[in-house]
Design a protein around this ligand. Structure first.
Ligand code: PBG
Length: 326
């Protein structure tokens, strides 16, 4: 018997755009930018082909390159001149990210997001203040409540510099409330907050840790980032962040966690973001370099999958490349 229902009828060039369920536009994308206080030239990031750490003097030029591709939003990460136990260069008024934000927001129309975390700024590489004896006993943890104040200070200093949005990524319990209150107290009610709500302890961050020099010197992040085995827990994390005042809820990484993106989309009425992380970028590049995959096609399909799963916006190292083509 022949089929009466033929899905193929809707797969012609004429009709398929009409019935397409998801789409990808440059306006969905956020491009990461690394500003580095230790260099006065652009330094290529080896594990992330096409990306560089740029000095503050090059930050505006870097953002303008991105904007020429149609991508209007950037998220800034900093490599400080010095590191210490409490990550004090993360919340210094003249910190590398604060200086870059000041320039970018004064000289461009980009939408500027500040990543709020301490791991690039602490000498031990953890995302907060650690117990004194943590080095000898890595089972000891990052001190949650002592870290809150420093994250709040970091966010306020970025907002003071002109950030449009702050994005706490430290997975410290209560960080969204602490930051929202501190921003409001400082007169920054208009600064938006995107929380890395479901951030997993993932091996896909490897290239980023090279790029931003933020690998933990001892121990790991399992006591504050989420266990990759857990799905329900992401709803709990997201609910807490929504209650605490997050405007946008992010899932990170992206592709290995499409179920989580989809869950959050269904459960919440807030915009959902996905972070297509450094490892997701690096693996496609490595395969393409070997001639095993078509880079442009697989990058596009990856981001489209995140949209299909329910992401409204995507932080991705492919932003510039795809922005150009979209
Ligand atoms: C800071 C932070 C990390 C990433 C974004 N913000 C590193 C980490 O948690 O280890 C990773 C981004 C990527 O891999 O692209 N906490």
């Amino acid at each position: 018997m022949y089929p009466t229902d033929r899905p193929r009828r809707l797969r012609t060039d004429g009709v398929s755009p009409l019935v397409s369920e998801s789409s990808l536009a440059a306006s969905d994308l956020v491009a990461p930018v690394f500003v580095d206080a230790t260099t006065d030239e652009r330094v290529p990031i080896e594990s992330m082909p096409g990306h560089e750490r740029v000095p503050v003097d090059e930050a505006v030029a870097r953002v303008e390159e991105i904007r020429r591709t149609g991508v209007e939003a950037v998220i800034l990460f900093g490599i400080p001149e010095t590191k210490d136990a409490t990550g004090s260069r993360a919340y210094a008024e003249d910190g590398v990210v604060q200086r870059a934000i000041r320039r970018i927001s004064a000289e461009t129309d980009a939408y500027v997001i500040g990543d709020v975390c301490l791991c690039e700024y602490t000498d031990h590489g953890h995302c907060g203040v650690v117990e004194e004896s943590a080095e000898s006993d890595p089972t000891l943890t990052v001190k949650n409540d002592e870290t809150l104040e420093l994250l709040a200070e970091t966010a306020v200093s970025q907002a003071d510099a002109g950030a449009d949005m702050v994005a706490p990524s430290a997975m410290t319990d209560g960080q969204v409330r602490a930051i929202r209150e501190a921003l409001d107290d400082a007169g920054h009610e208009g600064v938006a907050l995107m929380s890395y709500a479901a951030k997993y302890e993932s091996a896909f961050y490897g290239p980023f840790r090279d790029a931003a020099d933020g690998a933990p010197a001892f121990g790991d992040r399992r006591h504050y980032q989420m266990d990759p085995a857990n799905r329900r827990e992401a709803l709990r994390e997201a609910r807490l962040d929504a209650e605490e005042g997050a405007d946008v809820l992010m899932v990170k990484p992206g592709l290995p966690y499409l179920d989580v993106v989809s869950d959050l989309r269904r459960e919440f009425d807030r915009p959902i973001a996905a972070y297509n992380v450094s490892g997701e970028y690096a693996m496609l590049h490595a395969a393409a370099e070997n001639g095993w995959l078509d880079l442009e096609a697989t990058a596009h399909e990856s981001l489209l999958s995140l949209k299909r799963a329910g992401a409204d916006l995507i932080v991705t190292y492919f932003a510039e490349d795809l922005g150009d083509r979209l």
